[in-house]
Design a protein around this ligand. Structure first.
Ligand SMILES: C[S@@+](CC[C@H](N)C(=O)[O-])C[C@H]1O[C@@H](n2cnc3c(N)ncnc32)[C@H](O)[C@@H]1O
Length: 277
């Protein structure tokens, strides 16, 4: 496995993300001028990914590779095991799957994985805070972009009824299923784009990125009955975009939280709860 670290002017980053569909990014550093990010890729896909990235850089007239690093496969598991300590986010505590928990919080067990949703990210934590506040017993829940399944599992554990987690990544869906089994909860994990979902749910959860909200917010806003809970919004600029768009879509903001990112400290991550107007 390789880790490719690239740099791009921030105004071009969103165009780049849309063009290079289907890969996950780790944002290493971002300010108004420059975004430094990493893409993880299997060795077999390295050349085609590099060609695709170079082509987009050529098209948008900017962007450069800073460094290419080898990531030995075992590192994932080792690093996770070394670094993973229980994360207390009352009423939940996120624990690695091998840990036995005897405290009073509701444990969510996670297996080692690569999908987004280890519980460490500020946006996942904002979503978990809202889940405990807004989900009532028996509510049906749709988790759009479920990743590891963490939010879907948390919802079920605090009493939700039917729970569906969807993701466009097959790897994420496999992890969602494994984690559901590990937590002994009856939820469904499905490989699907949000565009394909037809049923409405009491609660819709969507921890996505601004570029995805740009394309899908309209569709997402039609899928919930009681509350729409979202995060993945970074900084004042993205916040204004989402709040303006939400008004156009007939949504009423009823709750808002934010968290600082300890690695970046420049801007805040936001989470919002909406009702229909
Ligand atoms: C930031 S992660 C959130 C993971 C987890 N729900 C959490 O809160 O920690 C976003 C996920 O959305 C998925 N995703 C992106 N576009 C999507 C789409 N159009 N439909 C469904 N899932 C999507 C990605 O594959 C990724 O796993």
């Amino acid at each position: 496995m390789k880790k490719l670290i690239y740099s791009l002017p921030t105004p071009l980053f969103e165009v780049f993300v849309i063009e290079l569909n289907g890969y996950g990014f780790e944002i290493i550093q971002r300010d108004l001028n420059e975004t430094v990010f990493a893409i993880y890729v299997d060795d077999e896909e390295l050349e085609s990914l590099k060609n695709a990235v170079n082509q987009i850089f050529e098209d948008i007239g900017n962007g450069s590779l800073i460094i290419e690093e080898d990531i030995p496969e075992y590192n994932w598991e080792e690093k996770w095991k070394e670094n993973f300590k229980p994360i207390e986010l009352p009423p939940f505590v996120i624990i690695p799957e091998w840990e036995i928990y005897e405290g009073k919080l509701t444990p969510i067990k996670l297996k080692i994985g690569r999908a987004f949703g280890t519980g460490l990210h500020p946006t996942t934590q904002l979503m978990l805070e809202f889940i405990s506040k807004y989900i009532s017993t028996g509510d049906s829940v749709l988790d759009i972009g479920t990743g590891s399944g963490i939010l879907a599992i948390a919802s079920k554990k605090i009493g939700a009824g039917k729970v569906l987690g969807i993701d466009i990544s097959k790897e994420a869906v496999d992890e969602c299923k494994l984690n559901a089994w590990e937590n002994e909860v009856d939820i469904k994990c499905l490989e699907s784009d949000v565009d394909l979902i037809k049923d409405k749910y009491d609660i819709v959860l969507a921890n996505l990125q601004k570029d995805i909200f740009e394309k899908k917010f309209h569709k997402i806003s039609k899928l919930f009955i009681k509350y729409l809970i979202i995060s993945g919004i970074y900084g004042e600029h993205e916040k204004s975009y989402i709040l303006d768009k939400s008004k156009e879509l007939g949504l009423k903001l009823i709750d808002e939280k934010n968290r600082i990112d300890e690695n970046k400290q420049e801007e805040r991550w936001y989470g919002f709860v909406f009702k229909h107007q």
